[in-house]
Design a protein around this ligand. Structure first.
Ligand SMILES: [Zn+2]
Length: 421
C-alpha cells in the first residue's frame, strides 16, 4: 500500500460513523419489491439528493424510458418499470479512458411477517456492531458503501483519471432485471462491480436459472382435492429427471460442486391443491432451478417433461397446462478464469482484511444482466449473511456487520485508486 492508499483508508476508518448512519437512513426508507410494483421512488430520490450534495452529477430515470429498453431481448414486461426509477451518478475522471460502474439495487424483499422480527424491520437499528433491517445487507449495504467511498475519495482529494459511475438500480428481487439492463444501455461501462454479493466473497461466476409454474386439473368436476393431489404426485415423480440433470451439471462444475448453490439447485416454491373447498380439481406447482445450460437446452427438457406428465395424467383423467416463467431466464455467467479487474478487487480485499479472498460462484442475481448485456467485465462482491444464515438475505432480523461494511468500502476505495488511475 502506498502513502495515498494508506491515507484514504485511515480517513475512512475515522469517518466510519457517517457510513453506518447512511445505511441506517437508507434502511428506514421503505423500498419493498412486490413483483409488478415496487416502492423504489422515495429511496432513489434520497440517493439522488445525496449524490448532488456530494457535488456528483446524477440522474434519476425510469428504465422503460431508456431508448431501446422495451424492445431489448432482455426486457421483462409487466414489472412496472415505467415508474420505478434508477439513479446514476458520475465521478468524472481527469483523463477518462474507460468507465467503471459500481452498482447496487435499491429494492428490497418484502418485510414478511413482522412478528418474526425482534427489531423494527425498517428501523435501521444499530447494535452489537451490526445494522439491522430489511435490505440492510441486500442490498443497501452496497449503496451505502459505494456512496461513502466516493465521498471519501473526494474529501481526501484523490484524483482518478477514469470515470467512476454509481448506479442504484430498481427491481432486482424476484428476477426483475430491467433496472440493471437500463443501466447497461444508458451508461455502458468497461467494468461492472455489482455490490450484491454476500459474505465478503468475490463472485466472477453466476448460475443461470428461472422460476417457473405449471397447472394441472381434472377433466371432470370432483368433490375432493384428492385426485388433483395424485396428479401432483405424478408431476413430482417426473420432475426428478429434470432435477437430476440440473444437479448433475452443477456437480460437474468445479465452481459449484458441493456449494450452498449446489444444495439449492432445485427448490419447490409452492404446491397448491384446491383452494379451501373451491377449485378442488386444480393444482399448481412452482419451482426455481439453477442451471449452467442455455435457455434452449432448458426449453427442450421442459417440453419433454411436460409431454411425459401429460401422458401419465391421461390415465388419471387429468390435463396439464404449459410451463410459465414467473421470472426472467437468467443466462449463466461462466468466465473460464476470473478477469483482471476481478483479481484486482480480490487482492485489494485481501489487503484490507488481511486474509485470503474467497472467489466463488453466486446464485441468481443481476450479475447475469451485467455479464450478458453490459459489454464489459462484471462480477459481484459484498457484505452480508447468506440466505440460509440467521439474519441473512431475505430473513427476519436481516443485518450487516459494521466491520464488513467498512471493509467493503475500503476495498472499493483501494480498488478504484488502482483501477482508475
Ligand atoms: Zn440482492
Amino acid at each position: 500500500m502506498n502513502a495515498v492508499e494508506e491515507r484514504i483508508l485511515a480517513y475512512m476508518q475515522k469517518q466510519r460513523d457517517a457510513l453506518f448512519e447512511l445505511l441506517s437512513a437508507l434502511v428506514q426508507i421503505d423500498s419493498q419489491n412486490f413483483v409488478q410494483t415496487g416502492r423504489e421512488q422515495e429511496v432513489q430520490e434520497k440517493i439522488l439528493q445525496h449524490c448532488q450534495a456530494l457535488g456528483l452529477p446524477a440522474q434519476l430515470y425510469v428504465p422503460d424510458r431508456v431508448p431501446g429498453l422495451t424492445a431489448h431481448p432482455g426486457y421483462l414486461p409487466g414489472r412496472g418499470t415505467d415508474r420505478r426509477p434508477n439513479v446514476t451518478a458520475v465521478l468524472h475522471g481527469t483523463a477518462p479512458k474507460r468507465r467503471i460502474m459500481l452498482a447496487a439495487h435499491a429494492d428490497t424483499m418484502p418485510v414478511g411477517d413482522e412478528r418474526l422480527w425482534t427489531v423494527p424491520p425498517l428501523g435501521g437499528v444499530r447494535k452489537n456492531g451490526r445494522i439491522y433491517g430489511r435490505g440492510a445487507g441486500d442490498d443497501k449495504a452496497g449503496i451505502a458503501a459505494a456512496l461513502f467511498t466516493l465521498q471519501c475519495l473526494q474529501e481526501t482529494g484523490v484524483q482518478l483519471s477514469d470515470d467512476v459511475l454509481f448506479t442504484s438500480y430498481a427491481d432486482e428481487e424476484y428476477g426483475g432485471g430491467n433496472g440493471a439492463l437500463a443501466a447497461c444501455l444508458k451508461y455502458p461501462s468497461q467494468v461492472y462491480v455489482n455490490l450484491d454479493g454476500m459474505g465478503m466473497a468475490v463472485n466472477p461466476w453466476g448460475v443461470g436459472g428461472c422460476v417457473v409454474e405449471i397447472e394441472l386439473w381434472t377433466n371432470a368436476p370432483v368433490s375432493s382435492a384428492w385426485p388433483a393431489y395424485e396428479g401432483v404426485q405424478v408431476f413430482m415423480e417426473n420432475l426428478k429427471t429434470f432435477s437430476s440433470s440440473r444437479y448433475g451439471e452443477m456437480a460437474r462444475s468445479s465452481v459449484y460442486n458441493g456449494t450452498e448453490e449446489y444444495r439449492d439447485t432445485m427448490r419447490i416454491g409452492s404446491i397448491a391443491v384446491g383452494d379451501n373447498c373451491s377449485d378442488l380439481g386444480r393444482a399448481k406447482v412452482s419451482f426455481v432451478f439453477y442451471t449452467l445450460s442455455s435457455r434452449q437446452v432448458i426449453q427442450q427438457e421442459l417440453v419433454q417433461l411436460r409431454a411425459q406428465v401429460a401422458d401419465d395424467l391421461k390415465k388419471l383423467q387429468m390435463s396439464i397446462g404449459e410451463f410459465r416463467a414467473t421470472s426472467r431466464f437468467f443466462q449463466p455467467v461462466l468466465p473460464a478464469t476470473p478477469g483482471t479487474e476481478t483479481q484486482r478487487l480480490a487482492s485489494a480485499l485481501e489487503e484490507v482484511r488481511g486474509k485470503p479472498t474467497v472467489l466463488r460462484g453466486f446464485c441468481l442475481s443481476d450479475l447475469s444482466i451485467f455479464g450478458q448485456y453490459g459489454g464489459g467485465e462484471a462480477f459481484n462482491f459484498g457484505a452480508g449473511q447468506s440466505f440460509a444464515q440467521e439474519g441473512g438475505f431475505h430473513q427476519p432480523d436481516e443485518y450487516v456487520d459494521c466491520q464488513e461494511l467498512l471493509d467493503e468500502a475500503k476495498t472499493l476505495a483501494l480498488y478504484l485508486i488502482r483501477a482508475a488511475t
